[in-house]
Design a protein around this ligand. Structure first.
Ligand code: HEM
Length: 142
């Protein structure tokens, strides 16, 4: 796999990851606010969770490949190192988000799960966006 293809896959996977998580957090917020159809939500979450997981793994693998092509950790700016750390934290936030969502789908009155989802969603998006900024301005930030 050469550099342009790896870069294309990296950018496409990061967009898919962002889209999947934006969709699911919005869907959860809407369903909870409207006390909507939790069974329908459960079906949608099952599909989106798979897509988010796949996209996140492709971001990580293509990121490592790009890093390898560019000469390893010494060949890329610190911003990419921090971006990698953030991505590993995003994996943990995403896993905790879906675990809390499972608890909510199991019992839609679960106040702990609801409270967790309320801050995990925005935290995921904030950290994801911070990582995007690090990546785009990696040569400026150094
Ligand atoms: C949320 C996670 C991530 C996002 C949103 C993201 C986004 C991006 C974007 C937009 C670029 C292109 C920047 C540009 O040239 O203007 C990029 C490049 C790059 N990313 Fe990521 N990335 C993520 C995770 C990772 C990870 C985990 C790694 C390493 C393991 C990585 C390694 C790289 C490298 C080495 C480049 C530079 C490629 C080049 O100069 O052409 N990225 N990333």
């Amino acid at each position: 796999m050469d550099y342009p293809l790896a870069r294309l896959l990296h950018l496409a996977a990061m967009a898919a990851w962002f889209g999947a998580m934006m969709f699911v957090t919005g869907d959860v917020r809407f369903t909870v606010a409207k006390l909507g159809d939790f069974q329908g939500l459960a079906d949608r979450v099952r599909r989106i969770r798979r897509a988010a997981k796949l996209a996140s793994i492709v971001v990580l693998l293509t990121g490592f490949y790009l890093l390898y092509i560019m000469g390893g950790f010494g060949g890329v700016p610190i911003a990419v190192h921090v971006g990698l750390f953030n991505t590993l934290v995003l994996f943990a936030v995403q896993a905790t988000y879906f675990r809390s969502l499972e608890a909510l789908l199991h019992d839609s009155t679960d106040a702990t799960a609801l409270a967790r989802l309320r801050w995990l969603g925005p935290s995921f998006h904030a950290l994801w966006f911070a990582t995007l900024v690090l990546m785009v301005f990696q040569k400026v930030i150094g």
